[in-house]
Design a protein around this ligand. Structure first.
Ligand code: ZN
Length: 297
């Protein structure tokens, strides 16, 4: 992956300072971090030095798979002190966007070192943030990139990183408790796109989806018919809307399969600030609690 060659970990502090002379000034302005999507922006806000201005290119409830950069987003990228991306092919648009915008810094790749899931579809599954154990790796990678970029705040970055990892570990234990009460054969769920493979592998839930690892094309009639058959014949108990997708497909599958929609899962984006998934950790909690409730019903 060409993106990885530019990763923050590959560049020494001297090279970074040369690219960003302002960073070495005593009274440097608040760090400006641009994250490719909302989930990563929240993690970056938790892990960056206090006061950092973190923004997301693809915001709450929006679908990063079909994002089209605007000129204003390009300007934001060009002014960033550091850009963080998921990697694993999630941001198919980032290479070109970096080139067009003139951003000359590094791309910190949050999924660096993670072995991607292979499976039913072509390429790699990019949705690794859905497994809290892999989110640990995201956090470690981001902390390392921030410490390299802002070496004077290394201690603060390390402290914030340790605190965040402890919260990730605590939630991981809770998710296992919540889902642990559901008998294994009942843990089958339908969603609109195949975004929960890592979650399913980590916590023992089978996810079936009408669309693959991205949302570029409409689901085929055959895929939809297969899901309806699976609800009727194999007793799939729960079907969920995704916050980034048009709910009508899932509502139709639920109607024709004769099951109730279990709620909304947050797949590739957070909710707005007043919603139930305003942060990454709240998103995982909301999804896990919603799944456990629907699968026991
Ligand atoms: Zn996705």
């Amino acid at each position: 992956m060409t993106m990885n060659r530019r990763r923050a970990l590959g560049l020494g502090g001297a090279a970074l300072a040369a690219l960003h002379p302002s960073a070495s000034r005593a009274q440097s302005p608040a760090p400006r971090i641009v994250a490719s999507f909302s989930i990563l922006a929240d993690m970056a806000q938790e892990l960056a030095p206090a006061g950092a201005q973190v923004t997301a290119l693809v915001g709450a409830d929006a679908d990063a798979h079909v994002y089209e950069p605007s000129p204003a987003d390009g300007k934001r990228l060009a002014r960033a002190d550091l850009v963080v991306v998921n990697g694993l092919g999630f941001e198919g648009w980032i290479e070109r966007m970096v080139k067009v915008s003139g951003y000359r810094g590094t791309l910190a790749v949050a999924s660096q070192g993670i072995q991607p899931r292979k499976g039913d579809h072509r390429g790699a599954d990019p949705h690794a943030w859905q497994d809290l154990a892999l989110a640990r790796r995201y956090a470690t990678n981001l902390s390392a990139a921030f410490a390299l970029r802002w070496p004077q705040q290394r201690d603060e970055i390390a402290r914030r990183g340790a605190d965040y990892l402890a919260r990730i570990d605590g939630l991981d234990r809770q998710v296992r408790d919540w889902l642990g009460v559901v008998p294994r054969p009942q843990r089958r769920v339908i969603t609109s796109h195949d975004a929960f493979g890592y979650f399913g592998a980590a916590y023992g839930v089978d996810f079936l989806a009408a669309q693959g690892w991205n949302t570029h094309s409409e689901p085929s009639a055959a895929a939809v018919a297969r899901l309806i058959r699976q609800i009727r014949k194999e007793g799939v108990r729960a079907i969920f809307i995704e916050n980034i997708s048009d709910p009508r497909l899932v509502e139709r599958i639920a109607r024709e399969g004769g099951v109730r929609v279990g709620g909304t899962l947050y797949s590739d984006a957070l909710s707005g600030p007043d919603g139930p998934a305003a942060t990454y950790l709240r998103m995982i909690e909301h999804n896990a609690r919603g799944l456990a409730a629907a699968l026991q019903a």
